[in-house]
Design a protein around this ligand. Structure first.
Ligand SMILES: NC(=O)c1ccc[n+]([C@@H]2O[C@H](COP(=O)([O-])OP(=O)(O)OC[C@H]3O[C@@H](n4cnc5c(N)ncnc54)[C@H](OP(=O)(O)O)[C@@H]3O)[C@@H](O)[C@H]2O)c1
Length: 333
């Protein structure tokens, strides 16, 4: 496949005043790091971490100029390994993509072959990025909860940050699987959206954020998918039923967790950590195949599609917690 002279990419620079302006620029394949695969990116997506990278968060991206985008789906345009052929459809999520490796907010990426997964059956390139890292993480949380014993008969399952990327996919999958889903949200105007995704009940972010200081609260949840961390995760632990399971994957509220041991030693609650970045390829592929198969949802109905040129304002919105569902980036637009 012929490689282009130039292609479009979002480039974030760092100024002497520590500002991080973003622009869409022409780049060349020679600007990309050496990698076994050159992939023509058809779709990417916006995740919370991309917004951190795009605004100069050095915990995510150390060096600028940089192209963010932790997700990419496209077609192999050049391969130096037998693992993939030119023309193969692949997804790349996590590892170092978009962190300190030029990412998916560009029409081409260059990556090690071990970062790429063959497009799972049942998903188009577009569907795979409508899910993106957020959908993959939602699936990994649910896999973890179910592997630890959660069933739809166990009782109510709380999803926090429910209108966000991970949260909205988690609500939709859990509802499809027959769980009784309670969505916690800070967006009073999005009750209809959450009900359409399948939430049985909705609680406010305040209700999910206990500030009484009491070590345990009335038990309610059989399971929790927590995407926000902080005191909402602490509250979720204090309000989980005997033997219940809490999957923690995010920190949109805070990275701190101030909780005592009582949920663990008096109620046998388990806190399950979920990572999508370094998780081994086999587990990643299993989650993708669930998303393309028995856990398939109409991901389009929670997705907004933008071009690379339209992406900029969405980056500021996701940092403010104002995005509903997923933002798909169409690199051909
Ligand atoms: N472990 C992993 O591998 C992994 C993978 C993907 C994402 N993550 C993490 O998971 C989190 C969610 O990611 P995402 O892509 O779904 O982000 P997102 O689309 O921005 O969703 C986050 C949601 O959290 C809620 N929220 C935002 N700010 C909040 C605050 N200050 N206090 C309480 N709730 C708040 C909002 O939902 P409501 O308005 O509905 O409350 C928001 O929509 C992020 O922290 C991200 O870094 C981790």
């Amino acid at each position: 496949m012929a490689l282009p002279q130039t292609f479009k990419a979002m480039v974030v620079s760092e100024t002497a005043e520590k500002m991080f302006p973003r622009e869409i620029r022409e780049r060349t394949i020679g600007d990309l790091p050496a990698g076994e695969l050159i992939i023509e990116v058809k779709y990417s997506s916006l995740n919370y971490k991309d917004a951190l990278s795009a605004t100069g968060n050095k915990g995510v991206t150390r060096k600028y100029p940089h192209t963010p985008g932790i997700d990419a789906a496209g077609v192999v345009a050049d391969s130096t390994t037998k693992l993939f052929n030119v023309g193969d459809q692949v997804t790349v999520t996590g590892f170092d993509l978009g962190m300190n490796t030029s990412g998916g907010f560009a029409q081409y990426i260059s990556v090690p072959a071990l970062w790429a997964a063959k497009l799972p059956q049942g998903l188009s390139l577009k569907d795979s990025m409508s899910h993106g890292t957020a959908g993959l993480t939602a699936a990994l949380c649910i896999i973890r909860l179910m592997a630890s014993g959660l069933t739809k008969e166990s009782g109510e399952v709380l999803v926090t940050g429910a209108t966000g990327g991970v949260g909205s996919v988690a609500v939709a999958i859990l509802a499809k699987l027959g769980f009784s889903v309670v969505a916690a949200t800070g967006k009073a105007g999005e009750q209809e959206f959450l009900k359409e995704l399948g939430a049985k009940a909705i609680i406010s972010r305040d209700e999910a954020n206990d500030t009484s200081g009491r070590p345990l609260q009335k038990p309610r949840w059989a399971g929790v998918v927590d995407t926000v961390g902080g005191n909402i995760l602490a509250t979720a632990l204090k309000t989980t039923k005997y033997g219940g399971l809490v999957a923690a994957c995010g920190n949109a509220m805070s990275a701190e967790l101030n909780v005592n041991v009582f949920p663990f030693i008096l109620r046998g609650v388990s806190l399950l950590g979920v990572d999508s970045v370094e998780i081994p390829m086999r587990a990643r592929q299993m989650a993708w195949s669930k998303l393309g198969g028995e856990w398939s949802i109409d991901v389009g109905k929670l997705t907004t599609e933008v071009s690379l040129a339209e992406l900029d304002p969405k980056i500021d919105e996701i940092l403010k917690g104002n995005i509903r569902g997923r933002v798909l980036v169409n690199l051909a637009k």
